[in-house]
Design a protein around this ligand. Structure first.
Ligand SMILES: [Zn+2]
Length: 396
């Protein structure tokens, strides 16, 4: 019974071992090359003695337990063959090493850098950086560029056990006590994974032996999981390649829509956004001019000894009409605008002699709907009659 041999010999995919313990579907071997879940890396998949391995985990003392999908037909003392799933392990080795390369890239562009942990899933990998640097779009692009550059540079990856005291003295070694718990236990040595000239980290996972084995890396995005932390997510392998194709497709579509090419895309999009903002502002000005002209055209009627201006508007919502009505009432005692729409509305601005709220109440009592307001301004909506009927009632 011992720790997994996977971190030391990550390329072993098949091995023979002697069964040391069987407890239902949980099996312990005298030695194993299966990697137990830990330190952000998921458990290996595979087959043991002809039975699928569902999960691999470490007990507190480091003993590796294989949880099988069915009852084993072997017992203590039998020799069994273990086969580690090659695709998944290879993916984990590449993804795991990529996380170290990414951290090494962070060393080159972030201030006050600390290691906040990482996690591998089947689709993506995340690394948490502790840094005071704001990780903006430009930083993401630079991280991705540096990572792929380090992959291309084919840097050697190696691992060794060194005394903890020596590791702590070498300031360049990244530690995370949370994810590396277990690395320090039972001994005064720590396993340090080095990427030649690029990164050094205390880590108990499985890694490739040269960065070129990682292949393409695609940064997916960033988020903030907590105070002072920036989480960067990325993909390796097939999902990185697919993601890159999707991004490129979007960029081509955007360039085609803007009548430009990829090189001119940023500038064309900025120009288009600025032009739209200007047009929206012009449109708003023109709409308010049109609305004001409509309100100024309202019919003047005498009602209960007061001067009322009444009329209908269409193409504007109640809030737009409300703001304009307050300004357009001018010399009249009361201004009533009835909005033509699927659910007609009424807006009332008053000098106060006829309370605006009372006028809205009178209209909604007669035609249904609801609303309210104070003496100088009120509005109602959901009237159950068309605007001309409401106007005829008011001018009666
Ligand atoms: Zn590692």
């Amino acid at each position: 019974m011992s720790d997994s041999l996977a971190p030391e010999s990550p390329t072993v995919r098949a091995f023979d071992a002697t069964v040391a313990r069987v407890d239902g579907r949980s099996v312990v071997l005298d030695e194993t090359y299966f990697y137990p879940e830990g330190g952000g890396q998921p458990a290996d998949r595979g087959v043991l003695g002809g039975v699928d391995v569902e999960h691999v985990r470490s007990e507190a003392d480091g003993t590796v337990v294989h949880d099988l999908a069915a009852d084993p037909d072997f017992g203590v003392g039998d020799e069994v063959t273990g086969v580690v799933d090659d695709d998944f392990r290879t993916y984990c080795m590449r993804a795991h090493t990529a996380s170290h390369v990414l951290y090494g890239a962070g060393r080159r562009i972030f201030d006050d850098l600390g290691y906040g942990g990482f996690d591998i899933s089947a689709e993506k990998v995340r690394v948490d950086f502790e840094t005071s640097t704001e990780v903006d779009d430009g930083a993401l692009v630079e991280l991705e560029r540096l990572v792929n550059r380090a992959v291309w540079d084919s840097r050697e990856v190696s691992w060794e056990e060194i005394p903890v005291s020596e590791a702590r003295e070498r300031g360049e070694i990244a530690f995370n006590v949370k994810t590396e718990e277990g690395v320090f236990s039972e001994s005064d040595t720590v396993r340090v994974v080095s990427i030649d000239g690029w990164d050094w980290a205390a880590c108990g996972g499985t890694h490739v032996s040269n960065t070129v084995e990682i292949g393409p890396v695609e940064v997916l995005g960033r988020s903030n999981p907590g105070e002072g932390l920036t989480r960067v997510e990325f993909a390796v392998g097939a999902s990185a390649i697919d993601r890159r194709a999707a991004v490129r497709t979007s960029a081509y579509e955007a360039a085609r829509a803007l009548g430009t090419n990829l090189d001119g895309l940023g500038e064309s999009a900025a120009t288009a956004a600025a032009a739209r903002e200007e047009l929206e502002s012009e449109l708003a000005d023109l709409k308010s001019e049109v609305l004001r002209a409509r309100l100024d055209d309202f019919e003047t009627v005498e009602r209960d000894g007061l001067t009322w201006r009444v009329g209908a508007v269409s193409g504007f919502d109640a809030n737009e009409v409300g703001d304009a009505a307050k300004e357009a009432r001018d010399g009249a005692d009361v201004l009533v605008a009835v909005g033509e729409s699927d659910a007609p509305f009424v807006v009332v601005a008053s000098a106060g002699d006829a309370a605006a709220g009372d006028v809205v109440a009178e209209v909604t009592d007669e035609f249904g709907g609801g609303g309210g307001g104070g003496p100088t301004f009120a509005q109602g909506g959901g009237l159950g009659a068309p605007a001309d009927e409401v106007l005829a009632y008011l001018c009666d």
